[in-house]
Unconditional design. Structure first.
Length: 508
């Protein structure tokens, strides 16, 4: 199986489709759509807390339910795109993404916001696998494909920069729902231009789309991730145990069913390819180590250091700049040196940058934060671009949608687990702060809740409470940064072993 996968690109004719670079410009719009939405949520969280008044648990659900749903549906949607057409599912998904963004913008209760984020996950599950699969089918020359993947990744990184800056501007001039409405013009351009420029591609012999497998995948992923979230937040409970067992049973059933179906949603034999498995694992561990910290970093910049939303967005810019630059040259560097050197080196750099953040406090100057974020961006740009290239080049183009979905599932699962585990570390440490007499219960739920509660308290009491709350929040943040650093350094070691001998093709 390994030799078959490794020769997938070698057996393809090197055909250079006319208009492929214009088509790529449409695909990166979809990436931009998702990246901007992911980043603005963190900036808007303090305002959502003030307006909707969610509990600490509800706030975590608002942050991670999107990842839960999208992780459960990515493989199914990637496989569906292989069957009905990647262009079709991309355009339908983009339209739905824009429509559901309106529901996010006008949510009036925490429950409504959670449901809106879940529906956005359903729409989002169609986008990323389709974009990568279309790149796999547009670019047959390996060097061109590496550059296209680098541009694809660089656009995602640029979106993480544009999102906070545009979102910060909107938050300073309009209500928090406006940050979700910026999806609409991007979606409109994507659909109108995509209809004309994108070529359709699908698996010519796809087989049926197995609904039982879809349900097993969804139940399995959500059950397992929910169990991990509950275990991290409140410890052992019977509900957590039941969810974990249900999720494990669902995933076991999914794997068994794929091995027996003549046309599975996901060919499980792909995981026998060491490069494919190593790249997927590296992506999962990287996002797990990063996401929980990133989710709370905007709150640190705004609620602890007192920056405005726009300034907070600019403060996070070095990470995006580093990722854009590294992503564009990652393929060339990996060919000159080696895949495992670039991926492992990138992951180790992120781990060391997170370790540096364990020493921050409320008065830490921006040079340390900016330098750490720049290193994180460079490491992520190198690692994610090369692992995406490895995953795509390891499979025949007919399976590109399912393979891309595995890559994105690792990303989203890592994000959900990172917010659940590392986010729970921050929340757990924060809740134990000792405030003055009269500190309301909601102040212990979240830092945003403490800031809101302080507005109705006597000036001296509120100052003492906020001082204790902010110090406790920073303690939790530094502890989460240390945990994230350990995860990233372990991922670097694992990638060095699993990606041994892996190379990017120079020619088809």
């Amino acid at each position: 199986m390994t030799s078959t996968l490794q020769s997938a690109t070698a057996t393809e004719a090197v055909t250079k489709r006319p208009g492929r670079w214009l088509a790529l410009s449409v695909l990166v719009l979809a990436v931009l759509l998702v990246a901007v939405d992911a980043t603005v949520l963190g900036l808007a969280t303090p305002y959502i807390s003030e307006d909707l008044k969610p509990s600490g648990t509800q706030l975590l659900w608002i942050g991670d339910v999107y990842s839960f749903v999208i992780a459960g549906l990515l493989v199914s949607m990637g496989s569906l795109g292989d069957r009905i057409g990647r262009k079709r599912i991309l355009l339908v998904g983009a339209t739905a993404f824009g429509a559901v963004s309106v529901l996010n913008a006008y949510a009036t209760t925490p429950e409504m916001m959670i449901v809106a984020r879940a529906l956005l996950g359903v729409a989002g599950a169609t986008l990323m696998p389709a974009t990568l699969a279309l790149i796999r089918n547009l670019f047959h020359d390996p060097r061109e494909r590496s550059l296209a993947i680098g541009i694809w990744g660089a656009t995602a990184s640029a979106g993480t920069a544009v999102g906070p800056i545009v979102g910060g501007f909107l938050l300073e001039h309009f209500w928090w729902g406006s940050v979700f409405l910026i999806n609409l013009p991007v979606m409109a351009v994507l659909v109108v231009v995509g209809i004309k420029l994108l070529p359709e591609s699908r698996n010519p012999n796809p087989g049926p789309w197995d609904m039982i497998s879809v349900v097993l995948s969804l139940v399995g992923m959500i059950g397992v991730v929910y169990a991990v979230k509950e275990a991290a937040a409140v410890g052992f409970t019977w509900v957590m145990l039941a969810a974990g067992l249900l999720g494990a049973a669902g995933l076991y059933g999914f794997v068994r069913r794929q091995l027996t179906l003549p046309a599975p949603l996901l060919d499980m034999r792909l995981f026998r390819h060491r490069g494919f498995s190593g790249a997927v694992l590296a992506d999962l561990l990287t996002i797990l180590g990063l996401s929980g910290l990133v989710f709370f970093l905007s709150q640190f910049l705004q609620l602890v250091q007192g920056r405005g939303p726009f300034e907070a967005g600019l403060a996070e810019l070095p990470a995006a700049i580093g990722a854009v630059v590294a992503g564009l040259i990652a393929g060339r560097v990996a060919r000159r040196y080696s895949v495992r050197a670039v991926v492992s080196g990138g992951l180790a750099a992120i781990g060391l940058a997170l370790a540096a953040l364990t020493v921050i406090d409320r008065s830490t100057g921006y040079p340390l934060l900016g330098a750490a974020l720049l290193v994180v961006g460079i490491g992520a740009g190198f690692s994610f671009t090369v692992t995406s290239d490895v995953i795509l080049s390891s499979v025949p183009k007919e399976q590109a949608g399912a393979a891309s979905a595995v890559s994105e599932t690792a990303y989203e699962l890592g994000a959900a687990l990172g917010i659940a585990v590392l986010g729970s570390i921050v929340t757990g440490v924060y809740r134990d702060f000792t405030g003055p007499a009269g500190t309301p219960t909601e102040a212990h739920e979240s830092l945003g809740g403490a800031v809101e509660a302080a507005a109705g308290m006597p000036a001296q009491t509120s100052e003492v409470m906020l001082d204790a709350a902010r110090s406790s929040f920073v303690d939790g943040l530094t502890l989460a940064a240390g945990a994230g650093a350990a995860v990233l350094l372990a991922a670097a070691v694992a990638a060095w072993s699993l990606l041994r001998g892996q190379r990017l093709d120079n020619a088809a």
